[in-house]
Write a protein that binds this ligand. Structure first.
Ligand SMILES: CC(=O)N[C@H]1[C@@H](OP(=O)(O)O)O[C@H](CO)[C@@H](O)[C@@H]1O
Ligand SMILES: [Mg+2]
Length: 572
């Protein structure tokens, strides 16, 4: 029996004298199902549209997302009630084209939504109008949500034109379920994660305002640059491609806080170009070439953010006109080697782990394991998997090859380093203070282009490393990524952190045989969680061989996994 209606929408009206939370948590006055349905008709779901909460939430053309936003507002309230904490909702489609948009929920400690709730999100998003009430009731029951509990939701959005209206639909969903909210408006994705983390740790992590974010990061950064031995102009200037996105606005706001230690020159700042079009971290990484709209001189250190500023990659032209990409793998190598050195200096033996995905370049894994002697772990694609694994170490460094990552420090480590910074003198004390600032500079809620950029700049300055020296840590194996269109990408299932195909039968054997034809080679395929494609990755001893292996694997996918449209042709 569905609960009866109560008049009026939203608010935080209490059901006085209700039974204690537990067995059946739903009571007539807890959810105004009538109002939920009425408002839902204003955010009607297009008939037959099925979307899935993927690697990074829902993402598609912005025109198909209004109902999703409303429903994610509803879900955020339930999650907030259940966790008794502030929940975040970020409206963004990251590196996707400007016409797209998307949404993801942020859990209490600034991390990605728990997997069981991703399933609820998918059910709720795909419920037909007449089933919406039932699905909401089901979720509340399964998760034993105490509907008496207050709910608080914070919302942020990137610069997409559709963002404002879609945020409004989220707010509609939040208020109709009686939730309170704060709309931060324009934010980078990691800034929203930061806000959620701050709010749920009573300000211990930082102040939950944009000013608080700038203050925390810039204070740590400026302290670090004071300790740097190299502070010449070339160490302080950096060119940044902002993908015509939110990163430009936020970096402009932040510029004067860090100007003492860093001078940034912004390109693709959104004044002319289109979001992510021929620029941004994803473009640079996948095309392995510089973005348009950036003036680069040989040996100048440059970097690119993606559309919502949670990824960063570095690069430069050498004196011979060759382009060098420094991706997430090399960022992880720089950071973990720096952390190892600092710990050695302090005399602390902590366990550091580096977490990667199958897309990590084979050379990076070899370098980390064999030269740096740090343990490396491989997880499935998607930051939530890496983040989760990284939490197992005293210090967990995680990066996707595309430049999304950060480092996590256990509470015990943070406390210990703070204490050592106070107690120790001389070089040990200096190193402990350095590490204390580095910890503050990392966004431990999520990978963050601004925070990562400041960390990299600080480390290069402290170590006196040029971009070429950093690049020379190891040589990437030539690699290629391709996409194959198939009728239903779910026919491909994988195991071993996505490095082996399970279905369709026979495909793995073909891939393994192809890989054997080349030297230093590796290849794998997996269905994308953000696009309707199957991704193919290959690496080998030469670019020609990597291209050729990737192409052959694409053909195998096309043939064995129901390819549609044109057969893949060699495109390099
Ligand atoms: C190969 C690749 O770069 N995949 C990206 C991409 O996921 P796919 O599931 O591959 O579409 O978008 C994710 C979200 O931004 C990111 O976490 C991931 O690394
Ligand atoms: Mg992004």
């Amino acid at each position: 029996m569905p609960p009866t209606l109560r008049p009026g929408a939203g608010g935080s009206e209490r059901d006085v004298g209700a039974e204690s939370a537990g067995v059946r948590t739903l009571r007539p006055r807890d959810m105004d199902l009538g109002a939920i349905t009425n408002h839902s008709t204003l955010h009607a779901k297009p008939d037959g549209l099925v979307l899935q909460y993927g690697t990074a939430g829902f993402r598609t053309n912005a025109e198909h997302l209004d109902h999703i936003m409303y429903r994610m507002g509803l879900l955020a309230v339930l999650r907030s009630k259940q966790t008794k904490a502030t929940i975040g909702v970020m409206v963004t489609a990251s590196h996707n084209p400007e016409e797209d948009n998307g949404v993801k929920l942020v859990d209490p400690l600034g991390e990605m939504l728990a997997p069981s709730w991703e399933e609820h999100a998918t059910h709720l998003a795909n419920a037909e109008e007449q089933d919406l009430q039932r699905v909401l009731v089901d979720i509340s029951e399964i998760e034993a949500v105490d509907l008496q509990q207050d709910a608080f939701v914070v919302i942020g959005r990137d610069t997409r034109p559709s963002g404002e209206k879609l945020s409004q639909s989220v707010i509609d969903g939040v208020t109709v379920l009686g939730g309170q909210f704060h709309d931060y408006g324009l934010l980078t994705t990691p800034q929203l994660h930061y806000m959620v983390y701050c709010r749920n740790t009573s300000g211990r992590y930082g102040e939950a305002t944009i000013e608080g974010y700038y203050q925390k990061l810039s204070k740590a950064f400026v302290e670090l640059t004071k300790q740097a031995s190299c502070s010449g102009y070339e160490y302080r200037s950096l060119k940044v491609d902002c993908a015509n996105g939110i990163g430009a606005m936020k970096l402009k706001e932040m510029q004067h806080y860090v100007s003492q230690g860093l001078s940034v020159q912004l390109f693709n700042d959104g004044t002319k170009g289109k979001l992510n079009h021929l620029c941004g971290a994803d473009f640079v990484k996948s095309h392995q070439k510089p973005p348009e709209g950036m003036e680069m001189k040989p040996n100048e250190r440059c970097c690119s953010f993606d559309g919502d500023a949670d990824r960063i990659v570095y690069y430069y032209w050498d004196a011979y006109g060759q382009f060098h990409l420094i991706d997430g793998d090399k960022i992880a190598a720089l950071i973990s080697s720096f952390l190892k050195d600092v710990l050695l200096e302090i005399g602390e033996n902590l366990n550091i782990g580096v977490v990667q995905t199958a897309y990590a370049n084979g050379s990076s894994t070899r370098y980390l394991e064999e030269v740096m002697k740090v343990p490396v772990y491989c997880t499935k694609t998607g930051v939530k998997h890496l983040h989760h694994k990284a939490q197992e170490f005293d210090i967990g460094v995680y990066f996707e090859a595309n430049g999304h990552g950060t480092a996590l420090f256990s509470k015990a480590v943070e406390v210990k380093i703070k204490q050592l910074a106070k107690e120790l003198g001389d070089n040990k004390g200096k190193a402990a203070k350095m590490l204390e600032n580095i910890i503050d500079l990392f966004n431990q809620a999520a990978g963050d282009a601004i925070s990562d950029m400041l960390i990299i700049e600080a480390i290069l300055g402290l170590k006196g490393l040029t971009v070429q020296q950093w690049d020379a840590l190891y040589m990437d194996l030539p690699n290629r990524q391709l996409k194959v269109k198939v009728a239903d990408r779910r026919v491909i299932s994988t195991t071993d952190a996505e490095r082996q195909v399970v279905t369709p039968p026979g495909l793995q054997k073909v891939i393994s045989d192809l890989v054997k034809k080349y030297k230093f080679s590796r290849a794998f395929v997996r269905p994308s969680g953000t696009e309707d494609v199957v991704r193919v990755y290959a690496e080998a001893d030469s670019q020609e061989n990597a291209d050729s292996l990737a192409h052959e694997v694409s053909l195998a996918v096309f043939q064995l996994a129901g390819g549609i449209g044109e057969r893949p042709t060699p495109s390099f």
